[in-house]
Design a protein around this ligand. Structure first.
Ligand SMILES: *[C@@H]1O[C@H](CO)[C@@H](O)[C@H](O)[C@H]1NC(C)=O
Ligand SMILES: *[C@@H]1O[C@H](CO)[C@@H](O)[C@H](O)[C@H]1NC(C)=O
Ligand SMILES: *[C@@H]1O[C@H](CO)[C@@H](O)[C@H](O)[C@H]1NC(C)=O
Ligand SMILES: *[C@@H]1O[C@H](CO)[C@@H](O)[C@H](O)[C@H]1NC(C)=O
Ligand SMILES: *[C@@H]1O[C@H](CO)[C@@H](O)[C@H](O)[C@H]1NC(C)=O
Length: 405
């Protein structure tokens, strides 16, 4: 660039300024159009503007309807009305969320928790502009396939998906968490929220951590004793070589409440076993984030590439070891060497762990406002959801899943 002649420098400068002026004029023009619409109390979709008494320019409110509940939780753990979008500090927050079905006709988005769907209670009609959303947080292994086997809901029913999977239209990982490089905000990672940018910056100052004072090796918190990932067999074998304290229904250790358990992880344990119950695409839950938040090194097992979800050198993946015995030897090595062990916390200087941030709901509100989005529907939602039956150890009852391609 230093070689540019003065002529080109000036030409660039002029072009740059010109571009700026054009942008500004366009922006002012668009603003003016919006202002006119709002003055007349009418929005593009013909719904009266609820805020038309104010002078301030407010964007149109979009209505989002929970059609059913989410395991008995009517507010889907998000809430009702407009306030949750404000509370979440959504960049686009002018949405209203309700479970009042009399609002169906004026709802832009209708959310269905697939696990809780009642097939004799589907909407009697729908409008072309409405988006029906497939909502799920469990893995395909733990998703009741019945609602997806019904042809009315299976074929061409859903327009969008809202799940933990990174290829969903709305990625919702709020209760599972996101780890984000500190120089980025979580919101800035949408709408492409893959955590691919896990660039690591070497530490400049050693952390003054208390991790080296931990006395115990590994803890496992577990309530589901037999799983499709067969994690229990792995732990069983690992325990032949190193001590693993098992808390919960499947073990003999107990701690009183959530806060106390987490504090104990922080002060006592070097490693936290975060094996997922199923080995499915992108299915990484709060097991990873809990360990990272509470200063234990997660030992992970899942059907995912963990480098997409966690910073480098922040976790130990069982897939990198030939056997539980080899993993045990590595854990013993780290147990003997504080400097090797503490390297597993270097990432803390460059990343933040986000839990319960509601960014998925913010993104949903943003998409509800995007009039430029083309229409979309899932021809076969079952095929989309059960995209990877082999990896996922999936066996949907006796019904073989027909894949069209
Ligand atoms: C959602 O409802 C539950 C009760 O089912 C309540 O405990 C919780 O506070 C509500 N959450 C929000 C965000 O409103
Ligand atoms: C909603 O739309 C349907 C179909 O156009 C119509 O039959 C129904 O009366 C409308 N309901 C309300 C509450 O406006
Ligand atoms: C499903 O919906 C129908 C019709 O609204 C209702 O009669 C039935 O009780 C519902 N079933 C369940 C399990 O909620
Ligand atoms: C881990 O290291 C500590 C301190 O050196 C030692 O007391 C403990 O026995 C080691 N644990 C195992 C399982 O070897
Ligand atoms: C939603 O899906 C329905 C059914 O396939 C379709 O008719 C409609 O055009 C879709 N709407 C949008 C906005 O994508």
């Amino acid at each position: 660039m230093a070689l540019l002649s003065d002529f080109w420098k000036h030409t660039f400068l002029v072009m740059f300024l010109f571009g700026f002026v054009v942008l500004f004029v366009t922006y002012a023009f668009v603003l003016q159009l919006d202002a006119n619409e709002i003055k007349h109390g009418i929005q593009k979709n013909g719904v009266p503007n609820i805020d038309n008494n104010r002078e301030r320019i407010v964007p149109a409110f979009k209505t989002i309807l929970y059609w059913n509940d989410f395991f008995g939780i009517k507010n889907f753990t998000f809430g009702f009305g407009h306030q949750p979008f404000n509370d979440a500090q959504c960049p686009t927050s002018s949405c209203e969320i309700t479970n009042d079905r009399s609002q169906f006709n004026r709802s832009q988005v209708v959310i269905f928790s697939i696990q809780n769907m009642n097939l004799t209670d589907l909407p009697s009609h729908r409008f072309p502009h409405q988006r029906f959303v497939f909502f799920e947080m469990e893995s395909p292994v733990n998703t009741d396939p019945l609602p997806m086997l019904d042809e009315r809901t299976r074929f061409g029913f859903f327009n969008w998906t809202m799940t933990y999977r990174l290829d969903s239209d709305i990625v919702n990982r709020d209760s599972y968490g996101f780890i984000v490089p500190r120089r980025l905000t979580l919101a800035s990672m949408y709408p492409i929220p893959h955590s691919g940018d896990m660039t690591f910056v070497e530490r400049k100052h050693p952390l003054s951590s208390k991790t080296s004072s931990k006395k115990k090796l590994a803890a496992w918190f577990v309530s589901n004793c037999v799983t499709s990932s067969q994690r229990e067999d792995y732990v069983e074998e690992l325990r032949q070589y190193v001590p693993v304290d098992i808390y919960g229904k499947c073990g003999n250790m107990a701690c009183t409440d959530r806060t106390q358990c987490r504090e104990m992880i922080r002060t006592d344990y070097k490693f936290y076993i975060g094996f997922e119950n199923s080995l499915c695409d992108d299915y990484v839950t709060e097991k990873l984030t809990t360990a990272l938040l509470f200063d234990a090194v997660p030992i992970v097992m899942g059907g995912v590439d963990y480098t997409r979800f966690a910073p480098p050198h922040s976790f130990i993946d069982v897939n990198d070891f030939g056997s539980p015995k080899q993993l045990a030897n590595y854990l013993l090595l780290l147990n003997e060497s504080n400097s090797l062990y503490e390297r597993y916390f270097d990432w803390k200087q460059n990343f933040d762990v986000h839990l319960n941030t509601k960014q998925g709901w913010c993104h949903l509100c943003k998409l509800a406002h995007d009039d430029e989005l083309s229409s979309k529907m899932y021809e076969d939602i079952l095929e989309w959801w059960v995209n990877d039956p082999q990896n996922c150890n999936l066996n949907v009852g006796d019904t073989p899943i027909q894949r069209t391609h």
